[in-house]
Write a protein that binds this ligand. Structure first.
Ligand SMILES: [Zn+2]
Length: 259
């Protein structure tokens, strides 16, 4: 796992880069300028990649961030560029070639996680993001609106949401009906079950091909959390959705009352 200390280093590095511009709102985060400043002298070019999403080739005199031309939506393109700037700032002149898998790696201690944390903070700086997060109840729809406002990927916005919300929330990513990884907010004090998703979870229902649920809905706490009995303990809220582009499911869990 990437330690809290490493995460702080990555976020601080992104804040220093942002400090090279006078950023007061998300629209001010102009990536071509940030790629160029600070002696990085990176230009951004599109095309020439088939399987990779992005690539960085850098020298002490400058270099190129190349991104796949047909990345959709545009917000994912921005996240890829920010990720490559992260490699340059955090990892120096080492070249990188990034796949979709690298850009969704948030849980393993690796250079990819570090570049993603950097990119998240670069596109959603705490001083702009946090005040918005505390205004609304947790939901994937609200996270969609944050991703749209900050023009970044929905998954990155969801990770940042649980990082900064004061509500007890967790983001769980699953694949083929199995737990993959999770991120908890600082106030989420529970243990999430690993392995095969319990059939009572909304996420398991999605994998089973049952109807998509919309918005936050009650789920038995014991379906998601360790140390809870399925029969006699309370409910939590769950908002789950398939992300077909990534072949996975994201679930936002929210402990909205004492359980
Ligand atoms: Zn990378």
């Amino acid at each position: 796992m990437t330690t809290e200390f490493q995460e702080t280093i990555c976020r601080d590095a992104a804040r220093r880069v942002l400090g090279e511009l006078s950023v007061q709102k998300p629209d001010h985060i102009h990536l071509p300028t940030l790629a160029w400043l600070g002696g990085r002298r990176l230009i951004i070019e599109e095309g020439g990649l088939k399987t990779a999403e992005g690539r960085l080739v850098a020298t002490a005199d400058g270099g190129v961030i190349r991104i796949r031309s047909d990345i959709q939506p545009a917000s994912r393109k921005r996240f890829t560029i920010a990720h490559e700037i992260g490699h340059r700032v955090l990892h120096g002149l080492s070249p990188s070639t990034d796949t979709l898998q690298d850009l969704r790696t948030w849980s393993k201690g690796s250079k990819e996680t570090e570049a993603n944390i950097f990119a998240g903070e670069l596109l959603m700086p705490e001083f702009l993001f946090k005040p918005l997060v505390i205004r609304e109840s947790p939901s994937l729809a609200f996270i969609d609106s944050l991703a749209s406002e900050f023009r970044t990927s929905n998954l990155a916005a969801a990770v940042h949401f649980v990082m900064y919300t004061s509500e007890p929330c967790a983001l769980v990513v699953s694949k083929n009906g199995n737990y993959c990884w999770s991120k908890k907010s600082p106030t989420f004090e529970f243990y999430i079950k690993k392995g095969i998703l319990h059939k009572y979870t909304g996420a398991a229902n999605l994998w089973a091909g049952k109807a998509e649920r919309s918005g936050m809905q009650r789920t038995a706490a014991g379906a998601w959390l360790e140390r809870f009995d399925l029969d006699d303990r309370g409910d939590i809220m769950e908002d789950s959705r398939r992300l077909d582009e990534f072949d996975m499911t994201v679930s936002l869990l929210w402990v909205y009352e004492c359980i």
